[in-house]
Every structure is written in C-alpha cells, then in structure tokens.
Design a protein around this ligand. Structure first.
Ligand code: NAD
Length: 503
C-alpha cells in the first residue's frame, strides 16, 4: 500500500480535529493484509490538558442544558449512528479485523446504550417525601460528576466507548475518550456524529495514544471520574492510580469464561454455542467462552462435535462476506496466542484441533492469521488455563461431577461471564445461585446484558463498585444529593439549636 492511500488520525478536541504537530505517532495496521494502513497521533500531557480544558469549559453550559434538550441530542445521535452504521462497521473491520457481521453487531449493541440514554429524563427522577417532619419535605436529586474520562480496549472500538459516553453525556457530564491506539478511527466518526447531533463543542473529546495519555488523565485534577475497560493488570493499575488521585473509578478487566456442559444437555446446541462463543471475533471478546467444562461422560462426544464444526469454519478477511472468522489484531498477539498451543501440549493437554494448519480463504499471506484450535484435557494448573489467551483457542476441562465443575469456575480468579448448558431447570437455578461470576447464561453462551441492565464481572474482572451502563452507569456518572426543606409558616416553633430529629 502506497503512502498516498494511508489515513492519518488525530485527536478531536473542542469539536474539531487537533491541528498541532505530534511528537509521537503510531502505525495503524490492516490485520487482514499485515500492512500499515495509516498513522495516529499520540497525545502527550499538553494534548490531554487541552482536551480536559475543552471539556471543563463546556461543562457549565452542558450541565445546565435541560434534560429534554440533552435527550434530544441523544435521539439525534441515535439516528445518525443508524444512518452511518455500515461506515462505522467498515472502519472497525479495517482496523480490528473482525468480520462484517460481527462489526455490525457491535454497532447495534452500542446503539442499545444510546437508546437507554435517550430515557435520561426518567432515569434521573429523584424521590420526594412530603411531611417527613411537621411542615418539612425531603427529596433526592442526582447531579453530574463533572469532566469524566473513558479508556477503552481494541476489541470493541465502537461498542465499549458507547457503553460509557451516551450515559455520561446524558447525565450532564462532559467526556474525554482515550480509545485503543490499535483501532482509533471508529471513535472519531462517533465524535463527528455527536457534533452533528447538536452536542456543544468540547462536551466530547478524543485523545489518542497509550500509557502517557492514560497517565495524564489519571493524574489530571479536573477529571472527576474514569471508566476503564481492558486487561486485568492495566485495570488494577488504573483503579489504584485513579483512586489515589481522588477519582471515582470503574475498571473492567480481563476474563476467562467457562461454559459448563452437564450430561443431560443437548450436545448439538452446546457444540454450536461453544464454537460461536469461542471463535466469534477470533476469540477476542471479553465474553468469549475460552473454557468448556465437560461433565462426565459427555467429554469425548462434545469434543468430537466441536472439532467437526471448527474444521468447517471459513477463516478469511473480515470484508469478505463468506468469512466467519477474521485475523487477529496484531502479529505479536497472533504469535502469543499460538504459543499457548505449544505450552498446552508441553503441559500435558492434547491438541484436538490445531488452527495453525487451517486454510485461509482469500487472505493475503502477510495477514495476522491463526485458525481456530481446541485443546482438550486441559487442567487448571496449566499456563494455557491460568492465562487469558484472548484468541481462537478453546480449552476443554473434564470434570467428574456438577460440584467439581462449579469448583473449577469458582476457583478461577476471573469472574466476568459464564454459562451452563443443561435441560434441568433445577441444576441451572442452582448454578446461577452458586457461581461467583457477574454475568451468567443459561443455555446462552454469551450473556451480555441488555443496556438497561448493567455490564460487569466479579473478582479480577472488575475493580470498583459499579458496573457499566444501565442504572449502575447512571449512578456512576452522577452524585446524589438529599435535600430537606421547610418553608416557615407563621406558626413555627422558634429557635432550636438541637440536632434535627423527627417528632
Ligand atoms: P489493554 O489493557 O492492553 O489496553 C486497554 C487500554 O489501556 C488501551 O486504551 C491502552 O492504550 C491502555 N493501556 C495499555 N497499556 C497501558 C499501560 N501500561 N498504562 C496505561 N494504559 C495502558 O487491553 P487491550 O489489549 O486493548 O484489550 C483486551 C483486553 O481487554 C482483554 O484482557 C479483555 O478481556 C479486556 N476486555 C474486558 C472487557 C470487560 O468488559 N471486562 C471488555 C473488553 C475487553
């Protein structure tokens, strides 16, 4: 690809592209070709300061904008995203590599949060109690936090930012987004559409880059709250650093999601689900199933059915309609994921399907390809089990009983998503009650909550108290205030210096 065809991406500050000269830039790759397709400016402290200053300047006006007007901007944004959904999806495929249907699905799931945010007048309603004491009324209100920041991962360059900013903006905050430097373009189209929808300049800003930009946001005194989604070590760092700087932080981390298959399950349904949830988006989903826990005696039969299906998957470029699985995001990530196949075998697992030999249909040889693989007889001590692989490798753990399977899931340090496959309602109910995981599916392999519920895991998958979007998102982006009010009438009882009590 010639220099001419390359795109160049820069920050979006105060309602327009940044016009400065960046001292650091990164390459953007097309994972299906392995070629550099563009460059992106990396923010230093000065650019982050400029974005936060723009958000601070926009805050008083946006915070005081009426609820109905803020909702109207969200409604307009919703229509614009729907109109441009195909363009957004194409940008995602070009930089992330995921197949077109997956990219379109990501946009659709992000839009559900915009739908939710359109209802903000209802969501911000407080409570009111008349006559809590004689002639005294009490009520509660929720107010925006201020300037808030979002730091997002490469694997959902549109949806994860949309978990955050629609709710934050609708609540009256202003926003600085730091998307993944690997696929920065979708966030810029979203910024343009917000401006077109009538959001005032400065209310939504985008800064690109890596650790320097993140650290500048974490330490900035004018950033009041910060939402993060990414890997567990960085989530922990962001949580600890952000809270040490006095910020409210929600930091969602990595995952190792287990799908328990009980002996009475429909094995064809379970095999289809394991393949869809294990290899969709090349396994680069925080809700991907990475471990199937097969309860005896279904292991051999289940692995056979999964392996048959995996062999038939079409791997190829995301913009080819026939492709079911695209490339991985970078060469380094592809190599790291592939290394778990060797380490798994060295640790005693058996390689039921080796994706390194999988045919790639229509792809260029330089693309970051790795076919789908299945590692069987994995045990919890193995490195392929303890690490989050985040790629198209499905591990199968054999368990002698329901209790043993549950223990495998609960002993894992992550707690993002899980699923159980069974036809026994009692067993499913017991599992949903006993499992220590934040999002649970019953015969549903990827139980991503709808926007009006909240998304988030337990244990090492989430640092902080609130999950994202839904009513927990509204809580995260607002502060509660309780007001007690008395309008004196001529019969009031005079001065009383005691502690207020209800009489
Ligand atoms: P990552 O942790 O490498 O990066 C996430 C963000 O942090 C990016 O914006 C990146 O620029 C920034 N970052 C990277 N290194 C940093 C550092 N040293 N200091 C400060 N900031 C840094 O994650 P990724 O590879 O982009 O995304 C994949 C990970 O995200 C997986 O672990 C996956 O499970 C997780 N994820 C979790 C969820 C969830 O909801 N829990 C959702 C999506 C992805």
């Amino acid at each position: 690809m010639g220099e001419q065809a390359r795109t160049h991406r820069t920050h979006w500050i105060n309602g327009k592209p940044w016009t400065g000269e960046a001292s650091v830039r990164g390459d953007i790759y097309n994972p299906a070709t392995g070629q550099v397709s563009g460059t992106v400016d990396y923010a230093g402290r000065a650019e982050v300061d400029a974005a936060v200053a723009a958000a601070s300047a926009a805050l008083p006006g946006w915070r005081e904008t009426s609820l109905t007007r803020r909702a109207a901007v969200m409604f307009a944004f919703r229509e614009l995203v729907r109109l441009r959904a195909a363009d957004l999806a194409a940008l995602i495929t070009a930089e992330h590599g995921k197949v077109a249907s997956d990219a379109a699905g990501e946009v659709a799931r992000g839009l559900e949060v915009v739908d939710f945010a359109c209802g903000i007048p209802h969501l911000l309603k407080g409570g009111y109690s008349e006559n809590v004491s004689a002639g005294v009324d009490a009520y509660s209100i929720r107010q925006p936090v201020g300037v808030v920041a979002g730091i997002t991962p490469f694997n959902f360059p549109a949806m994860v930012p949309m978990w955050m900013f629609p709710v934050a903006l609708a609540c009256g905050n202003t926003f600085v987004l730091k998307p993944s430097e690997k696929d920065p373009s979708a966030s810029l189209l979203l910024a343009e559409l917000l401006a077109e929808a009538g959001l005032p300049d400065g209310a939504f800003n985008v800064v690109h880059g890596g650790k320097t930009a993140v650290d500048a946001l974490l330490e900035h005194p004018d950033v009041r709250a910060l939402s993060f989604v990414g890997s567990t070590p960085i989530a922990r760092y962001v949580y600890e650093t952000g809270t040490a700087h006095g910020k409210r932080v929600q930091a969602l981390g990595g995952a190792k999601n287990h799908m328990v298959v009980l002996p009475d399950a429909d094995l064809d349904l379970a095999a289809d689900a394991a393949v869809n949830a294990g290899f969709g988006s090349a396994g680069e989903r925080c809700m991907a199933i990475s471990v199937v826990v097969a309860v005896d005696p279904v292991g051999d039969e289940l692995v056979g059915r999964i392996s048959e299906r995996v062999a038939g998957l079409q791997v190829g470029p995301g913009d080819d309609e026939g492709s079911q699985m695209g490339p991985l995001v970078t060469a380094a990530h592809r190599d790291k994921v592939a290394s778990y196949l060797d380490s798994g075998v060295a640790d005693g697992a058996s390689l039921a399907v080796d994706g390194r030999g999988h045919r790639v249909t229509g792809g260029e040889p330089g693309g970051f390809w790795l076919g789908p693989s299945v590692l069987d007889h994995v045990t919890p001590g193995m490195r392929c089990y303890t690490d989050e692989i985040f790629g198209p490798v499905l591990s199968v753990v054999r368990a002698p009983s329901y209790a043993a399977a549950l223990q495998v899931v609960n002993d894992n340090p992550y707690g993002n998503g899980t699923a159980i496959f069974t036809n026994d309602g009692g067993a499913a109910r017991r599992f949903t009650h006993e499992v220590e995981v934040g999002m649970v599916g019953v015969n549903v392999p990827i139980p991503v909550p709808m926007a009006f519920y909240s998304f988030g895991g337990w244990k090492a998958s989430l640092f902080g108290d609130t999950h994202v979007h839904g009513t927990e998102g509204v809580h995260f982006y607002t502060r509660g205030k309780a007001v007690t009010s008395r309008w004196l009438d001529p019969s009031h009882g005079g001065v009383n210096l005691g502690f207020p009590v209800n009489q």
